[in-house]
Design a protein around this ligand. Structure first.
Ligand code: GLN
Length: 244
């Protein structure tokens, strides 16, 4: 009898950080775990007091500047816990404003600095113009080797040290509109500017994160069964082709 696989996901600040349909990422985790026969427990973390570690996956969405300020203050209280979880190879997915807070700081237009929680060796400065539009990027280690999404940010994010990009921009701006990088990864912490929401448009990336979370939890190698992604991948390919 095959043991039922289980995963737990902490959704950080769902009421404050949920822009441009970022809730769709949670639905993608839920449905793909269900289709893979994995039981997924989701806990909403609306304030730092709600967090009871460990979890296998942590998710934070994007947010307006105002919400970012509120979250930046409260998330400092669980910074050390989240760094421990990172170093235990928990999987983190952060989108846009949440991604910016996973770096060292976000410097706003008025020069004010929002402290981040240093999960990623990265920093963000508010740019003069807003990057809005569809993004297609190339990812070397997945098939298909593309990621698609929608960006809407003025923040310019720069990576350093061991923090590397997730993908290379083909169409769009990505991290800063200069170095053609999109997103960031350090250990199993991922950040991206791709809203859309991101995971439903990139089922292969969703399964990759689920695989990493299983390997972390069960300390074993996993290859997820292939499920019928015809509809998702046709949509993905249409969005890639549309970009050219
Ligand atoms: N306020 C941040 C910016 O504009 C993040 C916005 C977002 O999460 N979409 O860069």
């Amino acid at each position: 009898m095959k043991k039922k696989l289980t995963l737990s996901l902490a959704h950080l600040y769902p009421e404050l950080m949920n822009l441009y349909g970022d809730m769709g990422n949670i639905i993608a985790f839920q449905k793909r775990c269900e289709w893979h026969g994995i039981s997924l427990l989701i806990e909403n973390i609306n304030t730092s007091e709600d967090l009871k570690c460990p979890h296998d996956i942590y998710f934070i969405g994007g947010g307006q500047d105002r919400q970012q300020v509120d979250v930046a203050y409260d998330i400092q209280k669980i910074k050390n816990l989240l760094i421990q979880e990172r170093d235990n190879n928990a999987v983190f997915l952060s989108i846009c404003g949440g991604y910016q807070l996973f770096g060292h700081y976000y410097k706003a237009q008025d020069g004010s600095m929002l402290k981040g929680i240093d999960l990623l060796d990265a920093y963000t400065v508010a740019g003069k113009k807003r990057f809005i539009g569809n993004v297609t990027a190339k990812i070397d280690y997945l098939s298909p080797n593309t990621l698609v999404g929608f960006e809407n940010h003025s923040g310019l994010t720069y990576l350093q040290g061991e923090t590397k990009p997730i993908s290379q921009v083909i169409v769009g701006h990505g991290n800063n509109g200069e170095d053609k990088t999109e997103g960031a990864r350090y250990k199993n912490v991922f950040g991206t500017y791709l809203h859309g929401s991101f995971l439903p448009k990139n089922p292969h990336f969703t399964d990759y994160l689920i695989k990493l979370a299983l390997e972390k939890k069960y300390n074993d190698k996993f290859n997820l069964d292939i499920i019928d992604d015809t509809i998702e991948l046709n949509t993905h390919k249409k969005l890639v082709n549309k970009a050219y």
